[in-house]
Structure formats: structure tokens, C-alpha cells
Write a protein that binds this ligand. Sequence first.
Ligand code: NAD
Length: 497
Amino acid sequence: MISIDNWKKEKSNASLEILTLNYPELALFIAGKWRKTTSKIPVINPATEEEIGELPCVAESDLDDALESATAGFWTWSRTAPRERADIIMRAAKLMRERQEEIAYSITLEHGKPLKQARLEVIRGAEFFEWDAGEALRTYGRIIPTASGTKFAVHHQAIGVVAAFSPWNFPMSQPARKIAGALASGCSIILKAAEETPAGAFHIAKAFHDAGLPPGVFNLVFGNPAQISEYIIPKDQVRLVAFTGSTLVGRKLTALAAEYDTNVLMELGGHAPVVVCEDTDVSKAAELGAIRKMRNAGQVCTSPTRFFVHQDVFDSYGAQFVKRAAQTIVGNGLEANTEMGPLANSRRVSNLEELVEDARTKGAIIATGGNKKGKRGYFFEPTVLMNVPEEAMIMKVEPFGPIAVINLVTSLGHAIQQANAVQYGLAGYAFTNRADYIDRLIDEMEVGNLSINTLEASMPETPFGGVKSSGYGREGGTEGLENYLVVKNVWHSINPV
Ligand code: NAD
């Protein structure tokens, strides 16, 4: 396979590579043990459409075992000293860093993203664990002053068993966020990782197994998402449902959880606006915009998508953006110079084709791209649509792909009005150096994460999450463990009764 040869050439230590070339033989991880299943579905490489592995699909009896082991695991883990919990999490994170090449390679095979980006994702995943391990030591309560003879003390305690669902766009860092928050707080977790991209979560389970995590604290399952969520969410043992994915599915799971009074943590869709003001450095902002838009083939909930550009700089910004977007090198993620891989599955290709066609018929200009690319693999051309009318579907529906919309605005107020004109409120971006503009953007942009003069949206140490239909709760930052903890107030009357 030419792609593997290229990958080998890139590395210097050939003997190590031989060990790491294979896609892993997947298994469920329940009660601290690996488990095979009779039911399996293929895992497909989206760049070649070849089968690269087999996804073991969980049965109800496996889920019962996972629930039982997570319940027992919670009892042990929530009573384990935070320092000890943090040590195990840090050991697992270290193993993930050491196994960076092996993990990145399997991510590129199953997801298609460039290997360089997969490597960075492995490190980002490890960082999520490292940050939350630190936070495990700081789940402080407080003492409330009162009369002598009485003490009021607020304790933060782990909520219980977490049922978590992670998506396919970041096979390692998405599951990492949820596992890190749960384990650092003292919760046990049953994670259903994405069926398209199971290897990231599988490698995390391996790292925790090897780091000495007690059995049952982290259980990993795969299979039909709706069947799994409908089976486990109603169970008494489950105290929190943590989901990342589309707003539509998030709503369904929230409604189901509400029937059983179960808490939720929801990281849902986004449709990020980018406000480009007239005072910005147009060349730099346009180049950055075009590069960042195509990262992960646009399959990022914070992906910059709706660019609202001031009329004074619109022509220049648009031309430079389109030129750079069209130059994006699209290909197999194992090839060294690839900037953008395929979409994750064929469903995404048809969704994007539909959005482009709808925009075209409603009068948008297709400045570059707009079509499926090549005959093999789920590739889509880097696409820029300009002057897109408000009634086009893409102005409301998150494309989750390599499509940018560039529209002209006449003022900052006009840009903010357009930016807020969607149900989503996850990330938003603006390019300006004017203090009065920045002040207004902070006050008026309806987003959970606002970035000025950058298209980065979150770090392990910053709280990440949405407003409006983009979700509830935060991951990361000092806020990251709040969803996994419950508050207990203790009223202690000191005098014996
Ligand atoms: P989808 O909503 O069908 O699936 C997204 C994820 O949710 C998948 O991993 C899937 O396994 C899971 N899922 C689907 N139905 C479920 C159910 N009933 N119970 C439990 N889990 C379920 O969407 P898709 O077509 O795979 O992806 C496209 C959309 O997903 C995008 O429009 C985007 O909004 C969303 N998405 C968001 C993120 C994010 O980071 N917020 C990541 C991936 C996908």
C-alpha cells in the first residue's frame, strides 16, 4: 500500500513502526476485561472505502453487565482519594502520549484526517485528561458562617454512573473530554463511542487498563446508537447523560432523560459566524479563514462557516479567501502533503450536495468547489459560496463540511444581527482591533465561546459549550467538572441531642 510506505518513510525508527501499522482488533471493555461479540459491522476507511476492521456490537446482556460493573465501579472510585484518581488519570495520559503514533495512525485510517492533525488530536486528548486530573484535586466545598454550635458545609460529590455518547469527528479527543470529566469527578462511565471511528476510544480504554484503573470505572461499548441510548438511559443506575452530536439527537436524548429525571450534559451543533470588520488585516484574516474552514474537512462543531464581511473589504477578502480555499490539497490523510481528508461517511457527501444545490437555485454564487471529488472515497471539494440569500438552507442548517459562506454586511450591527440569526450559539469569531467593536461583540454575540482575531475556540483550561440550541453545560476549564458533581449541604448541630 503506497500510503503506508509513505508513512513509513516519514519516520526514522522503522522497527517501532512495524508494530504500530495495523488497525486495532476492537473489543468491548466491560468490568475491566476485553469482550468479543458475535455481532459485528465493518469499519470503513473513508478515503478508500475499504474495510479496515470490525466493530463489535454490544448485546443487551453486555449492557446489563456494563451497568452492573459501572455501579460497583462507582462505589469504589468515588471513595478513592482524589490524588490517587489523578495519579491513575495522569498515568493513562502519559501512555497515550507514548502511543501517539499508533493512535494517530488508526485515527487517520478510520476518519481520514491528515496524520499531522491526528497526531495533534492525540496530544489534545491527553491534555484533556491532564487538565481534569488537576481539577480532581480542587472540587472544593465551602463552609457557610452561622451561629456557634452549628456548622453548614457544602460538599461536592460525584453524581454517579454516566452514560456518554461521543461522535466521530474527533475519535480521540471527543471521548477524552467525557471520560476525563467523569473519572476526575469520581464518577464511573459507560461510553458508547462512534461506530464510524471506534479506535480512539479503544486506545483510551487500553491506556486506562494498562494504567491500573479499577474494573468497572470505565466501560466501553459500540453498536447501534439509538438502541443503546434507549436501553441504558432509562436505567435507575444512570445519573447523567453526556452527549456530543447533532441538536436533533441531543433533543431526543434530553427528552428521554427528562422522563427519568436524569441530568444531561449536551454539546450540540454549531454554525459559527465570523465577523470581519473594515479595520482588519484582510490578507491575513482571509488566509487564516480559508485554512481553518477546511480543517477536519469542516467537520467541527466550532468550524467557521458564515463569514460576514464589511463592504469596504468584501471584494478583497472574498478573492483571497477563494484563492486559498481552492488551493487546499485534498487527499488521503496518510499522504504527507494532504491538508484535507475525506468526509467521514457517504451520508455527509449527500447532505453537502443538497445544501449546495439549494443555495445555487436560490441565487448564491459558487465561487469554488461545490461537488463530490473523485470516484473513490468520500471526498468533497473545498467550497465557497458567496452572496447567499437568507432563505437558503445553508444559512440555517449546519453544513458540518468544507463549505464557507461569504456575505457582505454594511456595519457591525448588521453583522451581529446576521451572526445571531440562527438557532445555534456555540462558537463565534470576529476580526477587528477596535476596542469599541470588541466591547460590543462581547455584549451582543449570542455564543458560548467568542474568539477575537483567531479561529481557535477552546483549550483544556477554558470552559467550552453552547447557548441556545447548542447545548447545556460546559466541558473543560474550572467549570468542566460541575456537571459530574452534585451539591450536598450538610447541617451539623454540634450539641449532642
Ligand atoms: P447524528 O446526530 O446522527 O450523529 C452524531 C453522533 O450521535 C454519532 O456519533 C451517532 O453515533 C450519535 N447518535 C445518533 N443517534 C443517536 C441516538 N439515538 N442515541 C445516541 N447517540 C446517537 O449526525 P451525523 O450525521 O452522524 O453527523 C452530522 C451531524 O452531527 C452534524 O450536523 C453535527 O451537528 C453533528 N455532530 C456534532 C458534533 C459536535 O462536535 N458537536 C460532532 C459530530 C457530529
